[in-house]
Design a protein around this ligand. Structure first.
Ligand SMILES: [Fe+2]
Length: 170
């Protein structure tokens, strides 16, 4: 890993902290979405249920990756500020809608797509940072997660745009 200036260290710490808060929230979002997709009233397809479960597993991996990365840099992923950042995010409209049990799946999925785009942008910021600092190992590790978010968005987008969630479940 290349030597970072003080300002770069601070920027990396901030980017990782923001990403960790967002990925922890993503785990909660997918848990909420899974509960809705598995509710028989939503009449969600087995494909959609499996997709939501797959994304939940992916978000869990993103959380543990970031926690490991932070620990390796001497940062504390369990710091209370991390939880504060996450709960602050959770109150924003888009995320709040997904977390609300009474919001139907037909409204939850487009919001999940929006949340996924933000996740994508967050990993992209880390890839750009690693490129700027010439950290090839970090760039590849961040890029892999960026690609996972991308693929996951594409699959979700296909389901949402095909209108494959029953309107009457709304
Ligand atoms: Fe993620």
């Amino acid at each position: 890993m290349p030597t970072l200036t003080r300002a770069q260290e601070e920027k990396l710490a901030r980017l990782l902290a923001e990403r960790l808060a967002a990925e922890r929230l993503a785990v909660r979002l997918y848990e909420a979405a899974a509960a809705k997709a598995e509710d028989p009233r939503a009449a969600a397809s087995g494909e959609l249920q499996a997709l939501v479960r797959l994304h939940l597993a992916l978000e869990l991996e993103h959380v543990s990756f970031l926690e490991g990365r932070m620990r390796a840099l001497g940062l504390d992923p369990a710091a209370p500020e991390e939880r504060e950042l996450e709960s602050e995010l959770a109150q924003r409209g888009l995320f709040d809608l997904i977390l609300r049990a009474q919001e139907p799946l037909a409204r939850t999925l487009p919001a999940l797509l929006g949340a996924g785009m933000l996740d994508h942008a967050g990993w992209h910021a880390l890839v750009v940072f690693a490129n700027e600092t010439g950290d090839v190992e970090a760039r590849d590790a961040f890029r892999r997660r960026l690609w996972e978010e991308h693929e996951h968005l594409e699959r979700l987008r296909a389901i949402v745009s095909a209108g494959r969630v029953r309107r009457e479940a709304a």
